[in-house]
Design a protein around this ligand. Structure first.
Ligand SMILES: Cc1cc2nc3c(=O)[nH]c(=O)nc-3n(C[C@H](O)[C@H](O)[C@H](O)COP(=O)(O)OP(=O)(O)OC[C@H]3O[C@@H](n4cnc5c(N)ncnc54)[C@H](O)[C@@H]3O)c2cc1C
Length: 441
């Protein structure tokens, strides 16, 4: 197979993509700018450097992160195998010795005689078949070219996201469904009503909570772009009550009155299994988000599918500029990794693998690889490429994205998650049985 594929970025997605293509006999040029030029967060010139924590999260199959690992194993991920080889003890999580992990990936790349590694910045989008996996800190010159490629407002440089909660853990006897000025029981929002005392306690907790220490490059740029809720609250005790938490146009059906303040929740998906806290992009630590947002009436027992984040993050508006295979329609360019908005180390590995499988399928004239929606990664890809998704924000795998179980039976959370995991693996195995072309060798 002669056609060379250019993979830009030797991070997690790019390294996995290059190795998966090479294993299927496709020659690859892997272009990595480090160590010649670094990003604000990388420290080495190593391929597949982990920029922050050394944890790849849970290995429990009844967690979305654990299920994703299981799916990657079924798909033959090389980087997951390297991570398992470089594992250090971490309870129920997969944590790695980062140096050893990168070294193993480098060895696998060096051993593949059809991967040419070029250590240089790609400041243009290369011609021919290309996978761009330049990550959340993609170099500015390349980011500009991607911007031109996808157009308009479709490239963001910051991720300012509000927490997302599991709908099944919300107390519906407290929250009420109503759009502003609409009838109770109707509308797109759930409203958490606050009394004056509840509001006062919530604001005090919010402004006093511990925040994530931002890196200098983030502090400079980020706060000009968007204010976290706790910063708004710091400007005045009532600032949120006249902003994101304004109660005007709402009537609490329990009291028949307008609440003192209200926090609105908006559905994240058509199935309404997940809700985001509207206007509550936040920079609090995850532990503090759990503590403070559980003070919201009706969220006392809320489980979080995703915590709010605010950090530098280059990503495209995938639902509106990429097809289901993460390709820019009408071009030979595919994106992979965090730049598509699929967030997290293991998600980056997964999207690098999927980009490789789709590029390979395309070269062979085979149908596109579309993972079942019931799988952890298939659900994330479906979310990330659904044109109905508005205000797209990067997302890691979570069970809020998978379709509900067909039998409609009520289950406790762990039992439900175990059922999701069993269904996903059965569906993926059935899908792979129809695609012998994707097997290596
Ligand atoms: C500061 C920060 C901390 C994070 N911490 C975590 C965490 O703890 N846990 C977690 O799960 N996720 C974390 N993430 C999110 C995400 O999982 C990681 O960023 C992950 O590395 C993304 O993988 P990737 O392959 O898309 O990008 P990367 O791993 O960043 O790889 C992109 C590669 O492209 C190269 N590159 C960029 N531009 C060019 C160019 N023009 N030419 C050639 N090469 C180029 C870069 O040098 C880099 O090697 C973090 C993100 C950031 C920004």
């Amino acid at each position: 197979m002669a056609e060379k594929v250019v993979v830009v970025g030797g991070g997690l997605a790019g390294s996995e993509c290059a190795l998966a293509l090479a294993a299927r006999g496709v020659p690859v040029r892997l272009v990595e700018m480090r160590p010649e030029k670094s990003s604000p967060a990388h420290h080495t010139g190593n391929l597949a450097e982990l920029v922050c924590s050394n944890s790849m999260k849970s290995t429990r199959e009844d967690s979305a992160a654990g299920l994703l690992k299981r799916e990657l194993k079924m798909l033959g991920s090389v980087l997951l195998a390297c991570a398992e080889q470089a594992a250090v003890p971490a309870g129920g999580a997969l944590a790695v010795d980062r140096e050893r992990f990168s070294q193993l990936v480098e060895e696998r790349v060096a051993a593949a005689d059809n991967i040419e590694v070029v250590r240089a910045e790609a400041s243009e989008i290369p011609s021919g078949r290309v996978v761009i996996a330049a990550g959340p800190l993609c170099s500015p010159s390349l980011a500009e070219k991607i911007h031109e490629l996808v157009g308009g407002e479709a490239l963001s440089f910051f991720d300012a996201a509000a927490p997302i909660v599991d709908a099944s853990t919300i107390d519906r006897s407290v929250l009420f469904c109503q759009s502003r000025y609409g009838e109770a029981g109707e509308g797109d929002y759930l409203n958490a009503p606050f009394t004056r005392e509840e509001y006062d306690a919530f604001i005090d907790a919010l402004v006093g909570a511990e925040r994530v220490v931002l890196k200098d490059f983030e502090r400079r740029e980020l706060f000009q772009a968007c204010q976290p809720a706790e910063e708004v609250a710091r400007t005045g005790h009532d600032a949120l009550r006249f902003g994101a938490m304004k109660p005007v146009g709402l009537t609490d059906p329990r009291s028949g009155k307008r609440p003192w303040a209200a926090l609105q929740l908006r559905a994240e998906n058509a199935e309404r299994t997940a809700y985001n806290l509207v206007g509550f992009q936040t920079n609090l630590t995850f532990g503090e988000q759990r503590r403070v947002f559980r003070m919201v009436p009706g969220l006392e027992n809320a489980e979080f599918f995703r915590y709010g984040v605010m950090h530098r993050n280059t990503f495209v508006d995938s639902p509106h500029v990429l097809d289901r295979t993460f390709k820019v329609p009408g071009t030979t360019v595919r994106l992979a990794g965090q730049i598509t908005g699929t967030e997290g180390y293991v998600e980056a590995i997964a999207s690098g693998l999927l980009a490789a499988l789709n590029t390979y399928a395309e070269i062979c004239g085979a149908p596109a690889v579309e993972l079942p929606r019931t799988t952890a990664f298939g659900a994330l890809v479906a979310y990330a490429t659904d044109p109905a998704t508005e205000g797209y924000q990067p997302m890691h795998v979570n069970f809020g994205l998978v379709p509900p179980l067909e039998d409609g039976r009520r289950r406790k959370k762990r039992e439900r998650y175990a059922a999701y995991a069993a269904r996903a693996q059965a569906d993926l195995a059935a899908y792979l049985a129809t695609r012998p072309d994707l097997r290596i060798g």
